[in-house]
Design a binder for this molecule. Structure first.
Ligand code: FES
Length: 90
């Protein structure tokens, strides 16, 4: 999916930059130009950076607990201890 129409930058490119260490909208802009045109994609880029940081933090906590993420994308989710039935994060 194209996130930045002005520069033709895809979500895949942005996710790759986040995995390589980009941690802000400015980092993404410097690396690929996303957000440096009309600016309408900056909100989406910021959300992707935030989600990337959350996923990385969760993975670090999982490693610290010597457990694996219950979700393939590394985000929190799965069964909630002590709840009736099961609950999955959106
Ligand atoms: S859509 Fe990204 S700068 Fe315009």
């Amino acid at each position: 999916m194209i996130v930045c129409l002005c520069h033709g930058v895809s979500d895949r490119t942005i996710r790759g930059l986040i995995q390589e260490g980009a941690s802000s909208v400015d980092d993404i802009a410097a690396a690929c130009g996303a957000g440096t045109g009309c600016g309408s994609c900056k909100t989406m880029v910021a959300k992707m950076v935030k989600i990337g940081a959350t996923a990385e933090l969760y993975q670090l906590k999982s490693v610290a607990r010597n457990t694996e993420s219950p979700r393939p994308d590394g985000l929190p989710g799965g069964r909630v201890e002590g709840s009736k039935g099961s609950h999955r994060a959106a």
